[in-house]
Design a protein around this ligand. Structure first.
Ligand SMILES: C[S@@+](CC[C@H](N)C(=O)[O-])C[C@H]1O[C@@H](n2cnc3c(N)ncnc32)[C@H](O)[C@@H]1O
Length: 671
């Protein structure tokens, strides 16, 4: 029974290919630009020809008419000289030197780093080719456990819990943006933009009969690694035809335009006037026009010196680009600004495009009850098409398609797996809880990470699974039962009350409530729901929670003393800025390696602000580079249970389980 992916694009990317593929995506965009240029050129030629014939019969246009036409003519005019866009950083011209380094102030406004240069980070790639067979060795360590826990599973199952769980299947994935209960998830974003990069629909014939012109580069190269089959032979041949046709068109265009034309009468792309921008607010353009304008602006930004309109600044191009991107992808301006700041322009498009595409469905084998190999075989027998997620996880499977609902198979009911986003494995892998430890999952519902911890700990020790939201805890309890996680204690406190409630943990996971900018493909309402107030409120909560998490850990733990902070958001305010704040407030901690050998290093500087250099140890994950939800992971080690409190320089113990009252007493006795 085959278990290969039908569509390789859906497989989480092998990490060694990250850089390569990033380049390819940019190339795809370039190809599309070229293609659009060809098409536009042909249309212009045809229009010119038609004009020549009709002009004789028409009265000349008045200057007023011309002006009106100029204003309405918002569709971009591609430059006849086709150049490969090389996107430069946004503020390159205006701000060559980065602003002076400053440590982020906790009280500074969350978006108070405007006008600073964009800092792009480098990529960290690893290999990730995967085969089901390859995990056998690694899994053998779990074999005894899986075998022995089989007995347990019959008794652990709670019918009603399983039923409740089926209803909450979707909650299992890392789609929570409501941690703060601020997201109005009912709002939906109706606008569905066309793709600026290639997508499935591009496989279909385009207007001018060129099929998949922006697809073949990537696919052909990837396909070359695989044996040619009858099934894909036809596809390959269509791609070769399309490539030839495009090359012919390119040659034709070069012949037609020639050097003289390029230099002599280059057509400039014109930004819309202020008046026109106002007009467009009343009567928006259609998406295809906006799409073309985005492409044109990117092209100009990529070769600014040559292609710019000299009366316009880079900022003016950027402003129009952001306006168009907001409209095209359906984001509010605040969020668009925040997200665009993370990337160079070309990559920002890749990020926004990736948010329009659903991530692959992934499941985590519950090693308390099953082995991945056996689970895979059972699901394959039910008509599920699956593959291992990648080499970095021995328990994950990607589901490509299934003849049965994946949240209602007998294996699911029996708790052999959790439907869980691949990104949601990462903080637990980083936390690496050990057998017999005392672990706190500070914001745990619906329990994907709690139950993974329990599995890694082989149901020994104790996992305290806390969440402030009682409703969400129903799903947490159901999952704990279904998966047979018998070492889990569920509680319902505001995480900020720890360590008053309980302290002295060996490890603490804070999978913080966040804005959800990493999971926009699952919850598009984030695009319009999140504004400045949400960020102020969320980052304050995150900062308070992270201090509580740190104070709840026992630095003297024989095996642990670690804290993992994670979010499913990619904004620096919620990630590096929170971690940097914790480092400042708690000098008794340091960042350590996450143990995740892929993902991009966190920012050590961002738009003119500097963070502690160890922020490079944190990891960022993006939908467009890792084909998983956007995610952030940081791991701290607590070095001492003593912390110096502000100017008073009073040393108090934290983390050893002492309550606030006890601590106050100890404070008096100067321990
Ligand atoms: C990202 S979700 C957690 C997902 C969970 N770790 C999992 O893997 O299934 C964030 C959680 O934080 C909870 N939360 C929000 N504010 C909280 C607070 N002050 N204390 C504790 N939990 C809180 C929310 O109810 C939400 O369940």
């Amino acid at each position: 029974m085959g278990r290969r992916a039908k569509n390789k694009q859906d497989v989480p990317l092998p990490f060694e290919l990250e850089n390569k593929i990033e380049g390819k995506v940019t190339k795809k965009l370039n190809d599309r630009l070229k293609h659009e240029a060809i098409r536009a050129h042909k249309q212009r030629e045809a229009a010119l020809k038609q004009n020549k014939d009709s002009r004789r019969m028409q009265p000349p246009a008045s200057p007023k008419d011309n002006e009106r036409k100029r204003k309405r003519n918002t569709a971009p005019k591609p430059n006849k000289k086709i150049t490969k866009p090389k996107v430069e950083s946004e503020d390159e011209e205006e701000e060559d030197t980065p602003a002076a380094a400053t440590i982020l102030d906790e009280d500074a406004p969350v978006d108070g780093w405007d006008n600073a240069p964009i800092v792009s980070d480098s990529d960290g790639g690893i290999d990730s080719d995967s085969e089901l067979e390859s995990d056998e060795e690694a899994e053998s360590a779990d074999d005894n456990n899986a075998d022995s826990s089989e007995e347990e599973f019959a008794s652990a199952e709670d019918g009603s819990a399983a039923e409740a769980e089926i209803a909450s299947v979707n909650e299992d994935s890392e789609s929570d943006v409501s941690g703060s209960d601020s997201g109005s998830e009912s709002e939906t974003v109706t606008q569905k933009p066309l793709s600026l990069l290639s997508d499935e629909s591009d496989e279909a014939e385009s207007d001018d009969g060129i099929e998949s012109y922006d697809e073949f580069d990537t696919d052909a190269e990837e396909d070359d690694d695989e044996a040619v089959t009858f099934r894909d032979m036809e596809k390959r041949s269509r791609k070769i035809d399309a490539r030839r046709q495009m090359e012919a068109e390119m040659a034709e265009l070069e012949l037609e335009t020639g050097e003289a034309v390029v230099e002599g009468e280059r057509e400039l792309f014109e930004l819309p006037s202020e008046e026109q921008v106002e007009l467009e607010k009343e009567a928006p353009l259609d998406l295809s026009q906006v799409q073309l304008r985005i492409q044109e602006i990117i092209r100009v930004l990529g070769n600014f010196a040559e292609l710019r309109d000299e009366t316009k600044s880079r900022n003016q191009y950027m402003s129009q680009l952001k306006r168009d991107m907001c409209y095209y992808y359906g984001y509010n301006e605040f969020l668009m600004d925040k997200l665009m700041d993370l990337f160079a322009v070309g990559e920002a498009i890749e990020f926004f495009e990736a948010n329009e595409v659903a991530r692959p469905v992934t499941i985590r084998t519950n090693t308390l009850k099953a082995r991945r190999r056996d689970l895979a075989q059972s699901l394959i027998n039910r008509g599920v098409n699956l593959d291992p997620i990648g080499k970095w996880t021995k328990v994950g499977l990607t589901i490509f398609d299934s003849q049965v609902p994946i949240g209602a198979t007998p294996e699911y009911m029996a708790g052999h797996y959790m439907i869980q986003a691949a990104s949601s494995f990462l903080p637990v892998v980083a936390l690496a809880p050990q057998e017999n430890e005392k672990v706190l999952d500070m914001s745990a519902a619906p329990g994907g990470k709690t139950t993974y911890c329990a599995a890694l700990m082989k149901n020994t020790g104790m996992v305290v699974a806390n969440d402030a939201n009682r409703e969400r805890e129903k799903a947490l309890v159901a999952n704990v039962h279904r998966l047979g996680a018998s070492n889990v204690v569920v509680c319902n406190y505001d995480g900020r009350e720890f360590p008053k409630v309980m302290g002295g943990f060996d490890r603490v996971l804070l999978d913080a409530p966040c804005s959800g900018t990493g999971v926009i493909s699952k919850d598009a309402s984030v695009k319009v729901n999140k504004g400045p107030e949400d960020f102020i409120m969320l980052t304050r909560l995150q900062k308070e929670l992270i201090l509580s998490a740190i104070d709840s850990v026992n630095a003297d733990s024989g095996t642990g003393g670690y804290i993992v902070y994670s979010t499913c958001s990619v904004t620096v305010d919620e990630d590096e800025a929170v971690v940097n704040y914790a480092l400042r407030k708690r000098p008794n901690i340091k960042l350590v390696d996450t143990g995740l050998d892929f993902g991009r290093p966190g920012f050590t500087s961002f738009r003119g602000h500097s963070f502690h250099s160890s922020l490079a140890l944190t990891r960022r994950f993006y939908p467009h580079t890792h084909n998983m939800d956007g995610f952030f992971v940081a791991k701290f080690q607590k070095l001492s249970n003593k912390v110096q409190v502000s100017e008073e320089q009073v040393v108090i113990p934290t983390g050893s389980g002492a309550t606030t009252k006890q601590r106050k007493k100890k404070k008096g006795s100067h321990h």
